[in-house]
Write a protein that binds this ligand. Structure first.
Ligand code: NIG
Ligand code: FE
Length: 423
């Protein structure tokens, strides 16, 4: 029996071609007033249209009253680090006192402290921690969530992290996309004789990537390509090996300082280049001329207290396809609130509301290679839907920091409140 979502004041459809959109295509989010959405038994959208038409077309359907709220495609959060142990709240005050993100890492904190923590936790513990965090992300309207490893940095603990993601993907009602980020840092034990960074890179290429591929644990391979972490030359080697194992590619590119990572991402055909606050003009040109999605993470720069955001308008003008994501992680972006990312997209990156919605849905889907399946409310697409308690879609980024999402559906099935998720 189909299900009709009726009595919505607006439906943001984002309907259009199933691929990354660029300006000027991004300026139309396909908003329809007083429309309804029909979801089929197969978990796909059947139709979007006036209530009366859909009722006539699908008699005997289950009906859900949207109470004049706004329906949108579920957000596609294409960049998170959701598998970690404890929070890192102490670092926030340290940064406020003038100790930079990289300096904290040099002192053995930052990513290293999450690594020490994660290595001591069991698979069950990590599943329980991540499930409650993913439930919070879903409660704000995210229905597809990319999840990276990267706090294990050893063969055993990276595999354990990816197995946690696989378990969560099978058991939770949201769609998860796994990414291997063994190249998130050089672990501390590879910085002193007898072990070297080259030994860790050899471990990544010769043991970790083959093991991840053997168990089909990751769709993507990512790397933190940044001065002081991995160089562009090292990224080229590691990502080349990942491609050889059938993985698609992502980069943490030019996040804090320029590293030529955007240029590399475009050259090697990465699916996305993420962050880009320190992208060069050449990097922008290279991305614009490529099929690589530029994924911007404005929550990160806000939380780090940095005034410089990615040059989104220049990127749009140059012809880049832009996606928005949360970068949810314990160090640089501990927010689960995707509508807040829309707010920052508008107020910090100067996107229009329509551009922000397309960036958060269709282009997020393209950043995961899933634009043919999710990201729009249009016939044939997965029925991944979010309902907001607002009358006008522009209020979703406007009421910043609020929690207006009142329901989500994934593959046409209502996502239950967190307490009712089973793992
Ligand atoms: O995307 N920069 C690298 N990775 C994360 C932060 C990870 C952390 O600090 O734990 C990011 O900002
Ligand atoms: Fe990240």
């Amino acid at each position: 029996m189909p299900t009709l979502l009726l009595n919505a004041s607006e439906v943001v459809t984002c309907e259009g071609p199933p691929r990354a959109r660029r300006a000027p295509e991004m300026t139309d989010a396909g908003v329809r007033a007083n429309a309804a959405v029909a979801m089929g038994d197969d978990g796909r959208i059947l139709a979007v249209g006036p209530d009366r038409e859909l009722r006539a077309q699908y008699p005997g359907s289950a009906e859900i009253d949207c109470a004049r709220g706004v329906l949108t495609p579920g957000f596609v959060d294409s960049h998170t680090h959701a598998i970690f142990g404890r929070s890192r709240h102490a670092e926030q005050e340290l940064r406020a006192a003038g100790v930079g993100y990289m300096e904290i890492a040099k002192r053995g904190g930052g990513i290293h402290s999450s690594v020490r923590d994660l290595r001591e936790r069991s698979e069950d513990e990590l599943v329980a921690l991540a499930a409650s965090r993913l439930a919070r992300l879903a409660a704000h309207g995210s229905t597809t969530i990319e999840v990276k490893s990267g706090y294990g940095l050893s063969l055993e603990s990276e595999l354990r992290t990816l197995r946690v993601i696989r378990r969560l993907a099978a058991e939770l009602p949201v769609r998860l996309v796994p990414t291997f980020l063994g190249a998130h840092e050089i672990p501390l034990e590879y910085r002193e004789a007898p072990r070297t960074r080259e030994d860790y890179i050899a471990l990544l290429v010769e043991e970790m990537l083959p093991a991840v591929a053997r168990e089909s644990l990751a769709r993507f391979c990512d790397i933190f390509c940044e001065p002081g972490v991995y160089s562009a030359a090292e990224a080229r080697r590691i990502l080349g090996a990942a491609r050889g194992h059938g993985m698609a590619l992502k980069l943490h590119a030019d996040e804090l300082e320029h590293a030529g990572a955007a240029e590399l991402a475009a050259e090697i055909g990465a699916t996305s280049a993420d962050h880009l606050a320190a992208v060069s003009e050449l990097g922008i040109k290279a991305l614009a001329a490529s099929g690589t999605v530029a994924t911007l993470l404005p929550g990160t720069m806000l939380f780090l207290g940095r005034s410089k955001q990615a040059p989104a308008r220049a990127m749009l003008d140059a012809g880049c396809a832009i996606a928005l994501a949360s970068d949810f992680n314990p160090g640089t972006s501990p927010t689960v609130n995707f509508p807040l990312i829309l707010t920052l997209g508008v107020s910090q990156l100067r996107l229009s509301v329509a551009e922000a919605f397309v960036a958060a849905t269709v282009n997020g889907a393209a950043a995961l290679g899933l634009a043919h399946e999710i990201g729009q409310l249009a016939p044939g697409f997965s029925a991944d839907v979010a309902l907001f308690d607002v009358e006008d879609h522009r209020e979703i980024p406007y009421w910043y920091g609020d929690h207006r999402c009142v329901a989500t559906w994934v593959r046409g099935r209502k996502v239950l409140p967190a307490g009712q998720w089973k793992t």
